[in-house]
Design a protein around this ligand. Structure first.
Ligand code: UD1
Ligand code: UDP
Length: 365
């Protein structure tokens, strides 16, 4: 019996961990699985609703680490995770993506000589100003099993000298959640609630520090969204980090029929419906770039780079950066019917977690 701990903490972590949890539960004779929530995200709208909608159980432990600075956050999580790992003595710790919770889990497991699985390994933006890039590199350095979601991940790890026997190209686990929730999302009433019609609105999400912590950049992005909104209304479910910088824009809050509608973050099922029926999506999110590629909904990414190049090379994503003219030009192409639809990358098929568990069954036995 292998004792496995899944470490989660943020909204995208829940989306990535839920499929793995589900498949590990099907193999209870082999895996004794525990979920640990660092509490990095703590609002119900960013955390609890994802547990509920994705079928995750109450965690074995919720660490409730106070935010503080990013370093205090990582350090606090590490102190608490050591206690949990000492108690549970896991054989394997699985971490997801590039968030601080994943780094904390990987560093503690590495020092305790516990095997580490990194789900979504090998992605690189080559932009060290992103905290996530540093997290990704550090996690991959200490991970024992690296589960790769797209071809660039494999190439990056090979270039960094990671032993190929540690890699498993298994596809994109976020898409497992999407496929699983698709039918439920079709029942969502969010379009009615927001009085929207399919393909007659756009969606915006923003939360990268480089876009939202600098008031001038945030103001420019919001003004550009308002400009786009004069042609097609823009719905903006707003991350709390971004909300902090928005008081000067409260005038545009929630105006039905207005150009930019700033609303609370949505739960997974409603947001999936909103994305699926959007004319296009504007975002700086990693996961949303991937989900729009799967949904074949045009995506304009408000960043200069992406650690998920398959979404541009194969999928529906274009990188516009933050220059208003470049964003407006990308939107114009879509409005004129020159949108990019792309195709779905290999192994983004809803069965990634099965492949992860098959691989783990083989290597851990
Ligand atoms: C984190 C991840 C980012 C990921 C994002 C997903 C890191 C370094 N960043 O960014 O990679 O894309 O989650 O959404 O791990 N806050 C609340 N309520 C909450 C959570 C946060 O109000 O439930 C506020 C707090 O003021 C907090 C700020 O948002 O200080 C930032 O939260 P934090 O978890 O540090 O980073 P995110 O920006 O959410
Ligand atoms: N998401 C959501 N509601 C929202 C915004 C995003 O359910 O209001 C989902 C989205 O579908 C994806 C995940 O949250 O599954 C992405 O998280 P986020 O953009 O916060 O983080 P990133 O992927 O950039 O790390």
């Amino acid at each position: 019996m292998h004792r496995v701990v899944l470490v989660v903490g943020t909204r995208p972590n829940m989306v990535k961990a839920a499929p793995l949890w589900r498949i590990l539960q099907r193999h209870r004779e082999q895996f004794d699985t525990y979920l640990v929530d660092t509490g990095q995200h703590y609002d119900y709208g960013l955390s609890g609703i994802f547990f509920d909608q994705l079928g995750l159980p109450s965690p074995y432990a919720c660490l409730g680490v106070d935010a503080g600075t990013s370093i205090e956050q990582i350090a606090g999580m590490m102190v608490e995770l050591e206690k949990v790992f000492l108690e549970l003595q896991p054989h394997l710790v699985a971490v997801f993506g590039d968030v601080n919770s994943a780094l904390a889990g990987a560093l503690v497991a590495a020092r305790m000589r516990i095997s580490i699985a990194h789900v979504e390994a090998g992605l690189r933006s080559f932009d060290y100003d992103m905290p996530e890039e540093i997290n990704r590199i550090l996690i991959d350095r200490v991970a024992d099993h690296l589960f790769v979601s797209e071809p660039s991940g494999q190439a990056n790890l090979a270039r960094e000298g990671v032993d190929a026997t540690k890699l498993c190209y298994c596809g994109n686990i976020m898409i497992d959640s999407l496929v699983h929730a698709r039918a439920e999302s079709r029942k969502s009433l969010i379009l009615d609630e927001l009085r929207l019609e399919p393909k007659k609105y756009a969606v915006l999400t923003l939360h990268r520090p480089s876009n939202v912590d600098d008031p001038a950049i945030l103001a420019s992005l919001v003004q550009t969204a308002v400009q786009i909104g004069s042609t097609v209304p823009v719905i903006f479910p707003c991350h709390p980090r971004t909300r902090k910088g928005l008081p000067q824009f409260t005038g545009v809050d929630n105006a039905v029929g207005g150009p930019l509608r700033i609303i609370e973050p949505l739960g997974y099922v409603d947001f999936l419906r909103l994305q699926s029926d959007a004319l296009f999506v504007l975002t700086d999110s990693g996961g949303v770039q991937e989900e729009t590629t799967y949904l074949q909904v045009p995506c304009v990414t408000l960043r200069r780079n992406t650690e998920r190049p398959v979404t541009v090379e194969v999928g529906s994503n274009v990188l516009a950066g933050t220059d208003p003219q470049a964003i407006l030009a990308a939107v114009r192409s879509i409005m004129e019917g020159r949108q990019k639809i792309g195709r779905i990358p290999d192994l983004w098929d809803g069965r990634t977690a099965e492949r992860v568990v098959q691989y783990l069954s083989r290597v851990l036995s």
